[in-house]
Design a protein around this ligand. Sequence first.
Ligand code: ADP
Ligand code: MG
Length: 249
Amino acid sequence: MPVPDGGDTLVVLRGVDKHFGPLHVLRSIDLTIHRGEVVVVIGPSGSGKSTLCRAINRLETIDAGEIVVDGRPLPAEGRELAALRADVGMVFQSFNLFAHKTVLDNVTLGQIKVRKKERKKAEERARALLDRVGVASQADKYPAQLSGGQQQRVAIARALAMDPKVMLFDEPTSALDPEMINEVLEVMQQLARDGMTMVVVTHEMGFARSAANRVVFMADGRIVEETTPDEFFSNPRSERAKDFLSKIL
Ligand code: ADP
Ligand code: MG
């Protein structure tokens, strides 16, 4: 898919650096994500992909540089931080649902607490979203009663319920049994088609080829290549990318 042109800038990272003690995990990261764009981030384990996502959601602080979401620098705390976390939806490898709440409550509570919606409206929206991701019939169950694929689709619905401006997916299918991967990827494909702005860390190269506007390849805390999926898969330029692709394809 071509990069949507004329689309404005939604997320900007400029000169972002992050250390964990002596470990330099993000090195001068510059990245711009446009509205409606799907950016797939790939790279070896330990290259900084999760830290990058977590920094955009301010689950990690950064040491230098700046991150701007929809024209605003990331807030440090309080109500504004909660609003940012709602604007920047995140889906993790481990499903991270509230274990002691029903599926419906999982998708309803944030709308009430953060978006200040009435319960009735929030539940209506939750049911519509659960239907959209194909788990409407599971609304009254608890997460542990669902399969991994169903839980992950609930996690997507929960993030969507906040009407996020951008969705971050950090290896959303890596913890799933193989037969459940596609049901989650299909929901993500549909979201992409509907125009959601998405940053997706994944090793699912089929998804990258069909849904990504752009592939960002990271190694050792740096963005090593940033190009179209066609170009990246057919003609990777760096040795790191060639080596990585030879191991996973
Ligand atoms: P990836 O998602 O690409 O596998 P991560 O962003 O998770 O990479 O990690 C990048 C590096 O930072 C790794 O070496 C990892 O061990 C290290 N790291 C990640 N989180 C922490 C943390 N909270 N404390 C110390 N080191 C961390
Ligand atoms: Mg990771």
